[in-house]
Write a protein that binds this ligand. Structure first.
Ligand SMILES: *[C@@H]1O[C@H](CO)[C@@H](O)[C@H](O)[C@H]1NC(C)=O
Ligand SMILES: *[C@@H]1O[C@H](CO)[C@@H](O)[C@H](O)[C@H]1NC(C)=O
Ligand SMILES: *[C@@H]1O[C@H](CO)[C@@H](O)[C@H](O)[C@H]1NC(C)=O
Ligand SMILES: *[C@@H]1O[C@H](CO)[C@@H](O)[C@H](O)[C@H]1NC(C)=O
Ligand SMILES: *[C@@H]1O[C@H](CO)[C@@H](O)[C@H](O)[C@H]1NC(C)=O
Ligand SMILES: *[C@@H]1O[C@H](CO)[C@@H](O)[C@H](O)[C@H]1NC(C)=O
Length: 497
């Protein structure tokens, strides 16, 4: 199916279950439970259970033809079935709901690259346009992130663009807008480049038939072409894109003040290329274990766990959830905590830079205190920590948009680890925090279990803190008007760069 509408159009047709219900404030059936205690909640988080949950998700992925847990596939359905079953075991402690929405899903694709008629290695991009084009290659200037980088000689030819700084999808669409017939994007680190263009329907235009190259291949073509040679490419790609339904899962305590809800979340979908056990099986299981542990305690403030779908194709589930709430319901979200990749094999211990001190992207009032909470927790538990840019490039973005203070931790994706970070966290310099990011290797065997346990305990500590009281936070901003904290570009958990 060829898709050309904008993202909003797909979400507008989706259906939603009723999401917010005034929970009983009387502790209905929970009065006998002790008030949540931070130390006890943290101690209830066991590495063995985290590993067990990760193994379940991997087994689910590997039981399906795609060996993934991508939105709209059997692997994702089995993931959400598992979570609902686990939550329902908790004796009605949570009200468990699902929210259904639809989105075009890239299910499979094939790609062949010929250079001057000879078959050459290449990588696929999800959501590439189907086509078979042959033309000379023209080199795009800089990183191809603005239309002025695309020379007029591109018209009718194939664009060669370097990876970096902006989304693959933007490069493909800008090359199309400049009149190219196809696009080749080459890596800026070792290895063949593959990834996702993201959902179609960009304002810049349609995607071209697009393939990925290694850095060596790309630089070789640049040398030949700038030396005056003509290099002709054939890009022959096909992609199977289908409109599929999926669900978000919401689990809300049936007691606690539902006018000031603590919301936390992780995403349940993997990319097409792998089982997604660090990204974001780790966050999925991390918050599940905290949800299970919390069910032995009473809370003052209602707590809602969100398991979002469609994160990998553009934060669809979290965006859908936020948009499904009335302004009044949105205002009841006191804060949002996000956990996306918390067991990267070559990890950093990262905390969202809510106070803007490292990246100058300051969040809504309260985000600084959430960052400081995690900093204090890491410090008092003898761990180093570092800041990660507060870009909104994971499921906290839609919450930033409505002025909700956000916080969270992550252990890093495709960014290369530095020597200074090795001194702080161990690991290997010169390779990514997660060398298996968005690849088939993102499995149980590549999790850093120490980072997983540290972060899951940090989640427990923050839930215990804010389920009891928000007194350490400044008053929440009155307005939940969109756009006060616009999504920023930059590093962070980059989705498609
Ligand atoms: C994807 O397509 C390839 C080639 O047609 C096929 O071998 C493979 O089984 C497909 N994968 C899935 C998950 O359908
Ligand atoms: C996933 O579950 C939905 C119902 O929630 C169903 O309509 C769909 O067919 C299932 N998809 C697969 C691939 O099993
Ligand atoms: C794609 O185009 C090339 C060059 O014109 C041609 O050799 C090849 O057979 C085409 N592929 C398909 C599947 O038609
Ligand atoms: C996807 O399917 C749903 C349910 O049938 C429908 O409401 C929606 O319009 C479809 N979206 C597209 C883009 O076809
Ligand atoms: C931080 O960002 C603000 C608002 O975007 C800007 O006015 C200010 O100059 C920036 N400060 C630094 C040190 O970059
Ligand atoms: C924290 O980082 C410093 C280097 O900045 C290092 O000397 C120290 O050993 C690290 N501490 C831990 C617990 O890893």
């Amino acid at each position: 199916m060829k898709v050309s509408s904008a993202i909003g159009a797909f979400l507008a047709v989706a259906s939603a279950a009723v999401v917010d219900r005034k929970a009983r404030g009387d502790g209905h059936g929970h009065d006998h439970l002790p008030m949540v205690d931070s130390r006890k909640l943290q101690n209830a988080i066991k590495s063995k259970a985290l590993l067990g949950g990760a193994k379940v998700l991997e087994k689910i992925a590997f039981s399906t033809p795609g060996r993934n847990r991508q939105m709209g596939t059997l692997g994702h359905n089995l993931t959400t079935d598992f979570l609902v079953k686990e939550l329902k075991k908790l004796g009605g402690y949570y009200k468990v709901e699902t929210q259904t929405f639809w989105a075009p899903t890239f299910l499979n694709g094939t790609g062949t690259l010929l250079i001057d008629g000879v078959k050459t290695d290449s990588g696929m991009f999800d959501y590439t346009t189907t086509g078979n084009v042959t033309a000379p290659i023209v080199v795009v200037n800089n990183l191809g992130c603005t239309s002025s980088d695309y020379p007029s000689t591109l018209s009718g030819n194939i664009a060669l663009v370097k990876r970096g700084s902006c989304e693959f999808g933007l490069k493909s669409a800008l090359a199309g807008a400049a009149g190219a017939k196809g696009a080749l994007i080459y890596n800026n680190i070792q290895g063949r480049l593959e990834g996702t263009l993201g959902l179609p329907g960009r304002p810049e235009g349609e995607y071209l038939p697009t393939l990925g190259l290694s850095n060596t291949q790309g630089l070789d073509f640049v040398t030949q072409i700038t030396g005056g040679a003509t290099v002709t490419a054939t890009i022959d790609v096909a992609s199977d894109i289908q409109n599929r339904s999926t669900v978000n899962i919401l689990a809300t305590t049936t007691h606690g003040n539902s006018d000031e809800v603590l919301v936390l979340g992780a995403h349940t979908d993997s990319v097409y290329r792998g089982p997604g056990i660090n990204d974001d099986g780790s966050g999925t299981i991390g918050i599940l274990e905290v949800a299970k542990a919390l069910s032995k305690y009473k809370v003052n403030n209602a707590v809602r766990f969100g398991w979002w779908s469609g994160e990998e194709i553009g934060l669809l589930g979290s965006e859908f959830y936020v948009a499904s709430l009335s302004a009044e319901e949105q205002a009841k979200i006191r804060l949002y905590l996000n956990f996306d990749m918390i067991a990267s094999p070559n990890y950093i211990l990262g905390i969202y830079d809510g106070d803007g001190s490292a990246y100058n992207n300051t969040g809504p009032a309260g985000s600084a205190q959430l960052e400081h909470f995690y900093q204090n927790w890491f410090k008092s538990n003898g761990h180093n920590y570092t800041s990660v840019d507060f870009t909104g490039r994971s499921d906290y973005g839609p919450f930033l948009d409505i002025n909700v203070p956000c916080g969270g931790t992550e252990t890093g994706a495709e960014v290369i680890k530095t020597e200074a970070e090795v001194a702080m966290f161990g690991g290997t310099a010169g390779i990514p925090y997660d060398p298996n990011y968005h690849q088939a290797g993102d499995g149980v065997g590549n999790l850093a279990m120490d980072a997983f346990e540290i972060n899951a305990k940090a989640i427990a500590a923050s839930v215990a803190e804010y389920a009891v009281s928000y007194k350490s936070l400044p008053p929440k901003a009155k307005s939940n008007k969109r756009g006060v904290f616009p999504r920023r570009t930059g590093k962070g958990k980059t989705l498609r760069i």
